[in-house]
Design a protein around this ligand. Structure first.
Ligand code: FUB
Ligand code: ZN
Length: 634
């Protein structure tokens, strides 16, 4: 495998207030409450086979699908999140809950290894007839990730063995051989799960299957999804989503240079491509990832790290089409962008990837989870009229467990290593037990990140050792300083966003980094029509928004931020357990002299106002209300 290796989250203990709070909330509230919902909504019952299937809980919609088809994936994702929780602390209740699921899966599994509870329960003779829409392999991928995580947490193999049998079955049905279906999943996911399995067990057949799915995708003519549509008696021209761009199967993956279609599918696929580029040293796959990265981040990403403006395809549309009040920006897409960014940073150790990983983590993804840990956003608007509310559950609960598995394993995004390097990608109070080429090293970060950019890092190798410590200087940082044992370090000498300190490290060596965090204005490219004449506020890694509860009775949408107004950070111990807000002298458009007119010849008068902005990820925790990320300027 080429490049850096990520450091497992179990090696990084989160101690700083910010991540400790989010992590404890997810462990104590989110993951247990998700199990309650899986029971309440009949999702776990769907594993209890054989039995006559009850009526659908979620009716078939006009595109011929019910999200109930992929309930197995929701269960797999919960097992994964819950298993990560177990690696923080064992919990007999959670283990019993997972074991009960495993017992049901064991009973449900067909003698040939097949295991998809939708098909086994409802359409037993239609297995593998609609890879395009029906998520069979997607479900297998998530269940496999759950099985790997549970095995790693407890050493219990039953679920892993069940899934190994299923994967063997999949490899007999699908593949390049005669008599096999030359198909792949309409919703990518299994590819990255198979790479995880390969990394766990080292069996080449699992990597080969991932390679097959990636290489076969988009090969045509004929297109596999059209062939299977005809075979099941459907007209491929009547495909609801019209184009195979929806599932990124419109051309072979190495030829793709634009991020198109469904955003979560795209991100999972790019993640697997980057994984395979690292495993195989495949330069063409790596190049495709780099080209797609530039496309996504230079023309198709929200300032929050959200992806996909459109609800109709849950994904990408046109360059610079980044509407705010209708933004889809699914939580899953930001979570999956973090996965992809992590793979890219390990391929190249370039800070531009870590910058986006951090952006999506603190903004697009975290916004998906409420402060109490039991309410969610699926769509992440960047502007609200006050009609958005967080929900407790969803007919499509994919985002809930994506955000819990992310937060439960957040320490895994902080570091990576190779035999001679420890790279620090993220900052935050933590203690990490790492290994630089067989030399054990403890790294302690003391920081009040993301509220302050002052970070103190103590490096404690078990025995003096020579290696390179790479420290990321975030792309947003200006005027940063660094000291090593009190001596200034020239941060201008950084390469690709990282300062590399190579030396014989000894216990107690200390690096102090100061990343000044002024609140600053961000402007969008002029072709982002939705943001013309508007400005966003960012401080460090956090994007801010103006939300109604902090801005009095005046509707937030009437606020304007003058170009010259000072943006002042303000510590607010009374809000959300202690945060930094940004305040500014603003103006507000007045309406009291409009006398009911809709139009008139003169613009609205403006009066003085005060603007208070909070971190975007915290919005809509005090009930619905107006919210703006992009504030009109002037
Ligand atoms: O289709 C499975 C998941 O549900 C997708 O990743 C989400 O976008 C939602 O459609
Ligand atoms: Zn989702």
């Amino acid at each position: 495998m080429t490049g850096l290796q990520p450091v497992d989250f179990t090696k990084v203990s989160m101690e700083g207030a910010f991540w400790r709070e989010r992590l404890d909330t997810v462990l104590n509230a989110t993951i247990p409450s998700q199990h309650v919902r899986l029971v309440e909504y009949g999702i776990l019952d769907s594993l209890k086979l054989p039995q006559p299937p009850p009526p659908l809980r979620i009716p078939i919609r006009n595109h011929g699908m019910t999200t109930q088809v992929f309930w197995d994936s929701d269960i797999g994702k919960w097992i994964e999140a819950a298993s990560y929780a177990l690696r923080h602390r064992r919990d007999a209740t959670i283990e019993a809950q997972i074991d009960a699921i495993v017992a049901d899966l064991e009973k449900a599994q067909a003698p040939d290894g097949y295991l998809n509870c939708w098909y086994l329960g409802r359409e037993p003779d239609k297995r593998w007839t609609n890879l395009r829409d029906r998520h069979e392999l997607y479900c297998a991928g998530h269940m496999l990730e759950g099985a790997i995580a549970y095995y790693q947490a407890t050493g219990r193999r039953k679920l892993l063995d069940i899934m190994l049998r299923y994967i063997d079955h999949i490899a007999t049905v699908l593949g390049p051989g005669p008599g096999q279906k030359h198909g792949y999943c309409g919703h990518q996911e299994i590819e990255l799960a198979l790479v995880k399995l390969y990394r766990l067990l080292g069996e080449r057949k699992h990597l080969d299957l991932a390679v097959y799915f990636i290489d076969e995708r988009g090969r045509q003519p004929p297109h596999y999804f059209d062939v299977e549509a005809v075979a099941r008696g459907d007209d491929p021209k009547k495909y609801w989503f019209k184009s195979h761009e929806y599932s990124q199967s419109h051309k072979p993956v190495r030829e793709q240079d634009k991020a198109v279609g469904h955003a979560v599918r795209a991100m999972y696929m790019y993640t697997a491509m980057a994984d395979l580029a690292a495993e195989l040293g495949d330069a063409a796959l790596k190049r495709a990832c780099q080209v797609l990265w530039e496309d996504v981040t230079s023309k198709r990403m929200y300032v929050t790290g959200g992806l996909g403006p459109s609800a109709s395809n849950e994904g990408f549309t046109e360059d610079y089409d980044l509407e705010n009040d209708t933004a889809y920006a699914e939580t899953c897409a930001s979570v999956a962008l973090i996965f992809w960014a992590q793979r890219m940073v390990n391929l190249d150790c370039d800070g531009k990837y870590a910058d986006v990983m951090e952006l999506a983590l603190f903004n697009g993804a975290l916004a998906g989870l409420s402060r109490d840990g039991t309410h969610y956003f699926y769509e992440n608007r960047l502007e609200s009229n006050g009609d958005d509310t967080r929900w407790q559950w969803h007919t499509c609960p994919c985002c809930t467990m994506n955000v819990s598995r992310l937060v439960a394993s957040v320490g895994g995004y902080f570091y990576s290593t190779d035999e001679d390097t420890i790279a620090v990608h993220l900052y935050g109070g933590s203690t990490a037990r790492l290994d630089a080429g067989g030399r054990p090293v403890t790294i302690r970060q003391t920081a009040d990140y993301p509220w302050s950019g002052k970070v103190r890092i103590v490096v404690d190798p078990d025995a003096p050792a020579t290696f390179t410590l790479k420290l990321r200087i975030p792309g947003w940082a200006r005027g940063e300083t660094m000291r090593l044992n009190g001596e200034p370090v020239d941060t201008a000498a950084k390469t690709s966003g990282y300062v590399a300190l190579r030396r014989a490290w000894k216990a107690g060596d200390t690096v102090e980094i100061d990343l000044p965090m002024p609140a600053e204005r961000i402007y969008a490219h002029p072709d982002v029509r939705a943001d013309v004449g508007r400005v966003a506020i960012r401080r460090g890694p956090l994007v801010y928004c103006a939300e109604q509860p902090d801005n009095g009775k005046l509707p937030v949408k009437r606020l304007r931020l003058p170009r010259g107004a000072l943006l002042e950070p303000a510590e607010r111990g009374d809000l959300f357990g202690g945060i930094v807000t940004v305040v500014a002298d603003a103006t507000a458009m007045e309406t009291d002299d409009w006398d009911g007119a809709l139009y008139r010849q003169t613009p609205a008068k403006t009066g003085d106002a005060k603007l208070t902005a909070i971190p975007y990820y915290l919005w809509c925790n005090r009930g619905p209300g107006q919210m703006l990320v992009w504030i009109p300027e002037g």
